[in-house]
Structures are given as C-alpha cells and as structure tokens.
Design a protein. Structure first.
Lengths: 366, 328
C-alpha cells in the first residue's frame, strides 16, 4: 500500500471561549513517523483526535493526499488509532479484538482468523488469539492494540501516548520495536507523547507544541541542538539557563561574561537568557577567569552510573545561579563538594533567547 | 537506649482486640444480628406456616397441617372430580406481565440512559432529579393518571374520534386488527381494560428505575472503546450493538431481573387495567387476605408459590449468566 501524506491546513479547535489549538499548519510526510511532543494541555491530543476524525476542528482543513477529509467521520477514514488506555474490548478474545475491523467490514470468519493470527505474529503474540484481554500484561495489551489498529490496513496510523501505561524498561523496548515495525510497514504515523526521550527514539520529525501552538518542527537532532525558543530548549533535554543583558556584543550575567559564536541578534541592553546543555559545560579544576568562563563551586555531585552530574553554585561564594555539568563517570572522582572550579561554556554551545517576561524579542533585523 | 530495652511490638493476635474495640461489644452485635434476622425471616416463616392452616367461616382460620390450600392452587379444591387451572393461569399472567413489563422498560430505558450519559453534566443532573421525583409517585397516582388518559369518554379514545384518527384507522383497514387485539369496539378505539393498557402502566411505573439502574454503568463506560470502534469502521448502531451492549450486559440482566421481581408484586395497575381473566396472582392474594375472598391460609399458599417461582426464576437466570460469563 502506498503511504498517504497528510496536511493540516490552519487547523484550530475551540471549546467555547477556550482555544485548545490555535491555528496549526503542518505537513506529515508519507511513510514517516511524526511525534507531537509537548506538556499536558498543549493541544497535542486534541490535534491527534482531529486527525482521527473524533473531533471536529473549529476552523481549517485536513487534506489526505490532497483530498479534503475534514468532514469525513472517523468510521470512514480508515485511520488506525492506538489509544492511551489501549481501549481493548474486554468481552472479546485477543483474536476477535484484532479482527474487529474485519468483522465490521464483512470479512469471512476463516479469513478473519487467519489475518488476526498473522497480525499477532507480527507483534510477537502468535498463539495468543484465544486468550482473554484480562489475562494479558500491559505490554501484551499494547501489542494487541497495535495489531488491532493495523488490521484494517490503515492509511494513517495514530498513537496517543502509547507507552504511558508501561513500566520504564518495557517502554524503552517497545519504543524501538514500534519504530522498527513502522519502518517495515512504512505507514504514515503520528505519535502523541509528552516524553521527549520517546519522541527522540521513534520520530523522523518532532513537532513541539505549547499552549495550542507549534513551537518548532524539526528532526530530533535539530530540535535538540538548535531549539527555536527557550521553551523548546528547556522542554527537550535538560538546559542550564542564565539571565543577563546584552552589553558590548556579549551577555553580562551575574556570574560573568558570555559571548556566543557568531555574535548576538539582540539590541544593546536587551534582557536575554543564555542557555546551554549540561554536557557542553566543561569544568576546570581551578579558578581561571576569562570570557565564557564562570567561577563556581561544587555544591552537589550526583552519580548516574554512566556519568556524573556536577551541580555548581556560580560566583566565588557559590551563592549565584545554579549550573549543572555532565562529566563522564570514571573510577576516580575529579570533583568533590566544596571544590572551587571554573565552568567553561563553548561559544558554539550557547543558545540565546529573549529574557523571561520580555513581551517581544528585542532582536536586530538581520 | 539499647535495643533490648525497647518494648516489642504487639503480636497480631494481641493487636486484634485493640482494633475491634471501637465497634459494638460482641454480645450486643450478636443480639442485634439476631433481632434483625428474626424481623427479616419471621414474616416469611409465618406466611409459610399459615399456608398449611385451615380457613373458617367469617374470615377466621386456625393452625393446621393440611395441603388443601396448595391442592386448590394447583388442581382445584374438587380434584379429582374437577380440574381447575385458574390460579396457575394467574401465576402465568403474573409471570408474563412482569417479564414483558421489565423487558419493555429496560429496552426503552437503555437508549435514553445512553443518550443521557452523552449530554452535559447539567442536563444529566436535571434529568436525574426529574427521574428521582417520578420515583416518589405512588402507584395509585400513576394509575389514576393513566386511567384518565385512557378512559373511553375523556381520554385518548375521545381524541382519536374527534381528530378523525378513528375514521382514518377504519379507512385504512386497521380496525379489524385492533378489534382482534381487544383495542377497539365497533365504534371507536378502546384501551381499557386491555393487556396494552396494563403493560403501559407497568412500564411507566418501572421505567425510571430502569434508567437509574442503567445510568451508572453506562456513565462508567470507557469512552475510548466507543471511539476505537468508530475508528475501525463501526457506525453508531454497530458501536452500540458490538461494544456498548456487551459492556453493560450484566447491568442489563440485573436491571431486568430486579424490575421483574418488582412487577410481580404490582397490584393497582393490574386491578384497574387488566380484564378479570388476565388478573395476576397478586390480585388474587390481595383478595384472599384483605378482599372479598377472606381466606388467609389460601392467600399465604399463593404467596409461597409466587415466592418460590420468583426465586427459582432468579436463581436460574443468575446461573445462566454466570455460565455464560465463564464460557466467554
């Protein structure tokens, strides 16, 4: 089956006076996996429900391979949906759950059974057809939900927080399995998640949403390394944040001066926030003043096994803002609580955004 | 302080009396249970015992151990000279009215309750208050309302005649069928006495109960199951048939059984709307105990038979339900 491309054209959803989704325009590539990522209440599930046909948009259009399907009801779209609760039918056996859409379509019993078994084998549950849903574990239920959604050979595959009911270890395994399955079947897929790790593992493209609007669309690497806003930088992965003001082409913070690579796009005196990833903070054992070098003291060390998180109090008295640096775990501990250090941030690792509460970025047109 | 000096924690056995302390003392609890048991069981035992008693002239009776009341019920007093199935027919009427009334009420309540759960919270609350208010109406009041509504001179038959509906029914040839069903005289439609009027009244009485009994399980239904079915191609009716009804099948059975038992005891509706040959056992019991017959032992025997039949029916239904669940 040829995968279908989906376009959301200025789609918005209002509930009375409340706007759940502002006005979203988005192209979902045929055969790709797109993750809608954002905090609770950002509108990602609402958007997925609009795509599934379970919610009517207040405005905008939905185009499937160029055909307007906005008014098409959910039962006529042939989109496979995996719900957060899996929504399996407890009164049916595993095989009957998987074959539900085929029964609705009038497929004969023998063919239904064969197809259900084939799909169950695909999700590594061959031989489970006669079991009751209540007899399955969380991971097995998720596989049944996936097999059931795939039974009707969907044009688009939609998953709403599919891993949230699973424990951490199983979640990691299923992320990889689901991605491999999606690549094998090459179905246009949309996954809703609030787990950035899940999105990074599975998606070709990530759509970061906040307050009913898209903050950024990009590949996992783009989203992580080139976040478009302070929100994206702090939501995807961990980020250190320092408040400051633009002065003489650099950022003056309480702890010292920072100068990003390529200069600043902000006008003189503008309030900004400088952000950097913990793994891009390098620690030197002694106080070595200089640009992009901030004096600090170790206040806490967290051993994560494969690496250590060094929590720093900035300033000579360690009373300033907090900074976290990730260092590789070694047999010896190079930094201990109370040590004076220098935190160096590479210019190319510095991300600069308008300061918090700034109504509009005081950017210089470039 | 050394570990040895710490008081050991009380064992489970020692701790148990302490946990029981806030409740009633055991003898008081036993006494209360005994009193409740006696109060609950005593009337049934008394009715059972009286059913073997003997009637006397002037509405009196005396203790005895005779089977004549049961003989009268099953085969008639003059058996083997004559054989009477009058009371068995009344039992059958009780069964039929109760089953049909319960099934119709549940069938009408299900779509209403399902639609109600999909409305706003405010609408749901309003309807629930109205339904609870309807429950407070006594059977006598309901029957009086329907009696007026169905009366031949001032009720629906009059409306039928005045609006020309009666003539239209005659013109389209539906009248002979209505007459065959006992719902028309040669001149106009007639709703009482009839099985139809009795069933309408019975259904009206228990319909609010059915809605309230079904509302809770339908409210708890996982909405995502309905949505999942829709995304797999199921239309609204298919969703109800394949997802909603199976999900609430046990509450549906439970509600039907409960209403069936309730309707077995309904008296006024049957007395007013059913023709004497269609009267139920409840009417006959009321006649025997407080009515024209005044034969308490025979009334008690009829009550025992009704109780046994209802119990057998309920147990059989529960057994079948459990068996069906186990074989799923």
């Amino acid at each position: 089956m040829v995968p279908a491309g989906l376009r959301l054209d200025r789609v918005g959803v209002d509930y009375g006076a409340v706007t759940a989704v502002g006005e979203v325009t988005l192209d979902l590539a045929a055969g790709g996996l797109t993750a809608l990522l954002g905090p609770s209440g950002c509108g990602k599930t609402t958007l997925l429900r609009v795509v599934a046909g379970l919610e009517r948009p207040s405005r905008g259009r939905l185009l499937l391979d160029g055909t307007d399907i906005t008014a098409l009801p959910a039962e006529a779209r042939r989109f496979g949906v995996v719900f957060q609760s899996f929504a399996l039918f407890p009164h049916l056996s595993v095989a009957d759950n998987v074959a539900y859409s085929l029964a609705i379509a009038g497929v004969g019993r023998t063919e239904r059974r064969a197809r259900a078994e084939e799909l169950l084998r695909l999700v590594q549950l061959g031989g489970y057809g006669a079991r009751r849903i209540g007899a399955l574990s969380g991971g097995q239920r998720q596989r049944v939900a996936i097999a059931r959604a795939l039974a009707q050979e969907p044009r688009v595959f939609l998953l709403d927080e599919p891993m949230s009911a699973l424990d951490a270890k199983l979640r990691e395994e299923m992320q990889v399995e689901l991605r491999l399955l999606q690549q094998r079947l090459a179905i246009t897929t949309v996954v809703v998640t609030h787990d950035q790790r899940e999105a990074m593992t599975m998606a070709d493209r990530i759509v970061v949403m906040s307050a009913g609007a898209i903050e950024q669309v990009g590949t996992p690497a783009e989203i992580y390394h080139k976040p478009a806003s302070a929100f994206v930088a702090s939501f995807i992965g961990r980020a250190n944040r320092l408040e400051g003001r633009v002065c003489c082409g650099a950022i003056e913070t309480a702890a010292g001066w920072l100068r990003p690579k390529g200069g600043l796009r902000f006008i003189e005196g503008a309030a900004v926030q400088a952000m950097c990833r913990p793994e891009r903070v390098w620690l030197r054992p002694a106080t070595e003043p200089g640009e992009n070098r901030l004096p600090a003291r170790v206040v806490f060390v967290r051993d994560m096994g494969h690496q250590r998180e060094i929590h720093l109090g900035l300033g000579l008295d360690a009373q300033g803002e907090r900074l976290i640096a990730d260092v590789p775990a070694t047999d010896t501990t190079p930094f201990a609580v109370g040590d004076s250090v220098t935190a160096e941030i590479a210019p190319e690792a510095l991300l600069v955004f308008p300061g918090q509460g700034t109504e509009r970025p005081l950017e210089v047109a470039r | 302080m050394s570990l040895a000096s710490v008081d050991p924690l009380p064992s489970e056995a020692e701790a148990a009396p302490a946990r029981a302390a806030p409740g009633l003392p055991r003898p008081a609890l036993a006494l209360l249970s005994g009193v409740l048991l006696v109060l609950a069981v005593a009337p049934f035992v008394l009715v059972f015992v009286i059913s073997f008693g003997q009637n006397e002239d002037g509405a009196a009776w005396h203790w005895a151990l005779v089977l004549e009341n049961y003989q009268r019920f099953f085969v008639g007093l003059d058996y083997p000279d004559t054989f009477s199935t009058l009371y068995l027919e009344r039992l059958w009427n009780s069964f039929l009215y109760s089953v049909l009334g319960a099934l119709i009420a549940v069938a009408l309540a299900f779509p209403f309750a399902y639609a109600l759960t999909r409305r706003s919270r405010a609408t749901q609350t309003l309807w629930l208050v109205l339904l609870l208010s309807a429950l407070s109406l006594s059977e006598v009041f309901v029957v009086m309302g329907w009696d007026i509504l169905l009366s031949n001179k001032s009720g629906l038959p009059m409306v039928f005649r005045e609006t020309g509906l009666t003539q239209w029914l005659k013109d389209v040839g539906a009248f002979p069928i209505l007459r065959e069903w006992g719902l028309a005289t040669p001149r106009n439609v007639r709703f009482k006495p009839s099985v139809f009027a009795t069933l309408v009244s019975l259904t009206y009485i228990v319909w609010p109960y059915a809605v309230i009994l079904l509302y809770a399980p339908l409210s708890r239904l996982d909405r995502s199951q309905i949505e999942a079915a829709r995304t797999m191609g199921a239309g609204p009716f298919t969703v109800v048939r394949t997802v909603v009804v199976p999900a609430v099948r046990l509450p549906l059975i439970g509600a039907t059984l409960l209403l069936f038992v309730y309707l077995l005891g309904v008296l006024v509706s049957v007395t007013v709307f059913a023709a004497p040959p269609e009267h139920t056992l409840t009417v006959s019991i009321a006649d025997a105990v407080r009515g024209s017959a005044l034969n308490a032992p025979f009334g008690a025997a009829q009550s025992v038979v009704l109780l046994v039949v209802a119990s057998v029916f309920l147990l059989a239904s529960l057994w079948l339900t459990r068996r069906a669940e186990a074989t799923r």
